[in-house]
Design a protein around this ligand. Structure first.
Ligand code: ADP
Ligand code: MG
Length: 678
């Protein structure tokens, strides 16, 4: 068996299962052994049904006492049955697993292991694993891998396939040079893979993880180095000078630039009018006012007779930037243009024409900006906002559009400077380390779910005072589809709880771009007062009139992401509030959320988050979505990142070529490197 073989070479994976695996993005043997567990489970002795506690993973030993019911809810097939033990009975349900119907016969006896949740006021177990007493005994008190699942593939199916693959692959020769393995005190690659999937102990698992994190960062550095080799510092070939109009523009803003904005603007201006092409990252906390810096750079470019572009990750954000920049630039005779994927073919064609003839000076849009058909007349500045949402390659392709334009990328991810230098390679870094002075600090509170009615009343009160609110919906693990269902359900409940004249709408990732835009636009205009949403609102959106951010299941987010979400409020002159609803009353949760309560400083929060997240919950909390790695975490594993970076940079030619020869899939990935896919 080879790493690059298709999955069907693994015994037990037939055509249909292979297709399901493919849907999860797993195609080769290597893909599946690199599908690392999300966490581990320890199977404890079953407990009585009467002892169940909401929110906990538990096992019960019980008999099936009802016929299996199958219900179709939208595109979900929900299977339900009732079970009992000597203490009591309850309902159990599964999503999209119709095949269980044959297994769960009336009177049969199993151990069910799953999470206890409250549905319509009663406790149920959702999506539990099913075991015979013997199967369960073998697993007891051993760390069991828990995998990310979708498309009806069970955890068992994955662990079985991984086990077979690991047994048959010839991995005893480590692809890393012995020297590096030794210097960095790494376990072997083979051992790491075995222990990450089937750990003998928490200690061996930690060693395994350390090795795999090292490998991931090592590969990442190699990929960045390869990208950089193809790149050189270019002489600035755009003739730009400072303009009177710019001074006027700044003096006519409704606010004064903060000292930090002023400092960064001077750095950008020096680049644009200097001798070399700009390659700069602007880092600044949410709400620090990065957009205006982009606006200034674009204006200077356009006033000098060149084109500038601004690329953002979502259409919602593109529209918003487009509207605000159009307003700002009108008085200066600068033409703006919006270019997004949801435009019709003929709209796009017209837009391309305007880009080509320079009828448009400033082009704002999504990935659509880097489509092959877009031909710029004289692109001198390419800006990427919320850059962590893009891959390196996407960033590069925008750069490749003009004749080596200046490049500016903006990010709110609080990364320590030492790490930023590694992660962003060749970029110069500017930091906007100050918030506008007129802001009232956001008031925070951490509450349990029992507080919901009070929170809803509070939101209603804010709405009647003319304000707006976001409610981030409870999180669901299983899939985006279920997440969408969940938003719908929650919105219905919220509508019932709110006074009838309050407009409540929802937003989730599965909606069409046009629907999303429409909802965001109506929210921006104040036609919608309460927006129920998944985390899709997280990046960049600016509705200064919104003053309440209520986050359900806040314990399940990383602090950095909570901080981003909270950054959607407190952007205007009104007092804003963040209500963190926690489904868990544990001390750790309280301690973590308390950090947000205490501080509004993204750097501080990231640092504290790091201190609190011990090695035990390294997979536990969903990552923030920024700089996402398969297994490494740039905050927790900063030390490993440094080491891996040094190791990669210190390779001899000979060593590098051996590595690439020994690990062809890695070589392939390095060649087609894009952030997040390594
Ligand atoms: P971010 O850095 O998160 O992208 P934005 O650029 O969207 O932040 O700015 C957030 C809000 O702050 C906007 O409404 C913007 O108009 C306002 N703003 C920006 N700079 C200042 C300033 N110096 N003083 C007051 N308000 C500002
Ligand atoms: Mg922004």
């Amino acid at each position: 068996m080879n790493l690059t073989d298709p999955l069907r070479v693994i015994k037990g994976i037939g055509e249909k299962t292979e297709r399901d695996f493919n849907k999860m993005g797993l195609f080769t043997v290597e893909d599946i052994i690199r599908h690392y567990p999300r966490g581990y489970d320890v199977f404890e002795a079953p407990i009585s049904i009467t002892d169940l506690v909401e929110g906990k993973m538990i096992s019960i030993e019980a008999s099936v006492i009802s016929i299996i019911q199958v219900k179709q809810v939208r595109n979900l097939k929900i299977l339900t049955c009732r079970v009992k033990d000597s203490s009591g009975s309850l309902n159990i349900s599964w999503f999209n697993m119709p095949f269980l119907k044959n297994k769960l016969r009336m009177g049969y006896h199993f151990i069910f292991r799953g999470k206890v949740v409250r549905k319509n006021g009663v406790l149920v177990i959702e999506q539990p694993g099913i075991y015979t007493r013997e199967e369960y005994r073998i697993k007891m008190n051993v760390l069991q891998p828990v995998y990310a699942l979708t498309f009806g593939i069970t955890n068992h199916a994955i662990s079985k396939a991984v086990k077979i693959a690991l047994g048959e692959l010839e991995l005893s020769k480590d692809y890393l040079p012995k020297r590096i393995v030794k210097e960095n005190k790494l376990v072997s690659y083979k051992n790491a893979l075995e222990e990450i999937h089937f750990p003998k102990s928490p200690e061996t698992m930690a060693d395994a993880r350390n090795r795999l994190v090292f490998d991931e960062f090592f590969g990442f550095t190699l990929a960045l180095m390869t990208l950089k080799e193809k790149k050189t510092v270019w002489t600035n070939q755009f003739n730009m000078t400072d303009r009177e109009d710019l001074t006027r523009f700044i003096s006519e803003l409704s606010f004064r630039l903060t000292n930090a904005q002023d400092k960064v603007w001077k750095e950008i201006k020096a680049d644009l009018t200097g001798s070399h092409t700009m390659n700069r990252l602007i880092q600044g906390d949410v709400g620090s006012g990065k957009t205006i810096l982009a606006a200034l750079a674009l204006l200077l470019t356009a006033l000098n007779g060149y084109q500038g572009s601004l690329m953002v990750p979502t259409e919602v954000l593109a529209k918003q930037h487009y509207e605000s920049l159009t307003g700002m630039f009108k008085a200066y005779g600068i033409n703006t243009l919006l270019l997004v994927g949801s435009m019709t073919a003929s709209e796009k064609k017209k837009a391309y024409e305007k880009v080509k003839t320079q009828e448009a000076d400033i082009i704002i849009g999504t990935h659509a900006l880097i489509q092959e058909k877009v031909e710029y007349n004289c692109l001198a500045l390419a800006i990427t906002d919320e850059q962590h949402r893009f891959g390196v390659r996407q960033r590069e392709s925008l750069t490749g559009k003009g004749d080596h334009p200046h490049v500016l990328v903006m990010s709110a991810t609080p990364i320590p400077r030492t790490l930023a230098i590694i992660l962003y390679g060749d970029l110069d870094i500017s930091v906007v380390d100050e918030l506008p002075a007129n802001r009232l600090p956001i008031k925070n509170c951490v509450v349990d779910t029992g507080y919901r009615p009070t929170a809803y009343r509070f939101i209603a009160k804010e709405v009647s005072a003319g304000r707006q609110a976001y409610v981030i919906c409870p999180m669901v693990d299983e899939s985006e589809t279920i997440e969408a269902e969940n938003v719908l359900e929650y919105t219905e409940k919220l509508k019932e709880a709110m006074p009838a004249d309050i407009m409540v709408e929802y937003l989730h990732g599965k909606m069409k771009p046009k629907e999303k835009n429409d909802i965001m636009e109506r929210f921006s205009k104040g036609e919608i007062q309460v927006l129920v949403s998944t985390t899709v609102v997280e990046v960049g959106v600016n509705v200064p009139n919104a003053t309440v951010m209520m986050i359900e299941n806040s314990e399940r987010f990383g602090l950095a992401q909570l901080h981003q979400l909270r950054g959607r409020v407190g952007r205007g002159k009104h007092q804003s509030y963040c209500i963190l609803v926690s489904g868990s009353g544990s001390r750790e949760t309280k301690e973590r959320l308390e950090i947000l309560n205490r501080s509004n400083d993204g750097f501080y929060i990231a640092g504290e988050d790091l201190k609190l997240r011990g090695p035990g919950d390294m997979f536990g909390i969903r990552q923030s979505g920024d700089m996402e790695f398969r297994i490494g975490d740039i905050y927790n594993d900063a030390g490993v990142l440094m080491k891996a970076n040094e190791a990669a940079k210190g390779l001899t030619e000979q060593e590098l070529s051996t590595i690439l020869k020994e690990n062809p899939p890695l070589a392939e990935r390095i060649n087609h490197f894009d952030m997040g896919t390594l």
